[in-house]
Ligand binder design. Sequence first.
Ligand code: FPP
Ligand code: MG
Length: 326
Amino acid sequence: MKLDEALNIPLRTVDKEIINIVKFDKDVPRSSVLAKSIVDLVRSGGKRVRPLMVIVGSRFGPSPDKSKVWRLAAAAEFIHAASLIHDDIIDDSPVRRGQSALHVKLGVKGALHVGNYMSARVIELISGYSAERERYAYDLSSLATTQLCLGEYQQLSYLYNYDITIEQYLEKSINKTAQLIATCLKIGAQSAGADEEISDLLYTFGQKLGISFQIRDDILDFTQSSDKLGKPAGSDLRHGQVTLPVLYALEDQHLASSIRSVSSETPIEEIDAVIASIQSSDALEKAENLSQQYLNEAQEIIDQLQEYPAHHDLQILLNYFGGRDS
Ligand code: FPP
Ligand code: MG
């Protein structure tokens, strides 16, 4: 079953809310390239994980205000979509969600304008939540977006750096992936008037789920066939990304020197051999164990929230991200 169906959230309503941000934007004509690009981007699909998280979070509060929750959910997707426009430019990636990436369609300058506009528009939208008790909304438009940029910068600054620590890898993964998911759950709960203790627990749950997800994604880069990945296995390392499996493999003295020799100049056959050696080492299992540890910690949080009917939704999210239902 699809995630939105399992959570009983109508994806069409989520999408409508996201499109409405553009539709009711008085400064941008609907026939403009800007508006059309955003609408196309939204319509090109995506699981809407972040909006779903906002809505699930709101189920933990006593007074969910539907229109507020949906708007926050749409804003979360806007930030995510903007970040992917920038990410595809940085990664020089030509395809997104089965379509040409925006920078291929509009050129880099055009795509940058759309991405910048989308992230700035969210700040404008969120500024409507100006009451003191609504300050949580700033967590999404300012803190979460800043951390996304920081995570992406950390990833760039660590390229081909074989001396980064596991802590640095985790911090980068939190900034780039986990914290936005965590923030979505938290602000959903806060917007519905949940206690601070509950919204903080949801944040921690989202963070653990997000780290576990990022580690699994980094493992899949080594384990899935190139057919499934749409790119050759070990693609992250080929581009200089030192992910958790690589860090564990570096602990093996027999593998360390060949891994450390990988640079942007290394011939393909040599990188292929290094990737094969990581694939047959115990590094992937070690990474899988750490991912599972984070999932177990997330499960403990669900167990603490049993009195809330919405804990079932957290279980659905955990099973989905943990790969049991996805
Ligand atoms: C996907 O990475 C990218 C992200 C999760 C975040 C990217 C963030 C920025 C580029 C900062 C700019 C943000 C804004 C809001 C302007 P990936 O390359 O690992 O995943 P992929 O395979 O989906 O491309
Ligand atoms: Mg990318």
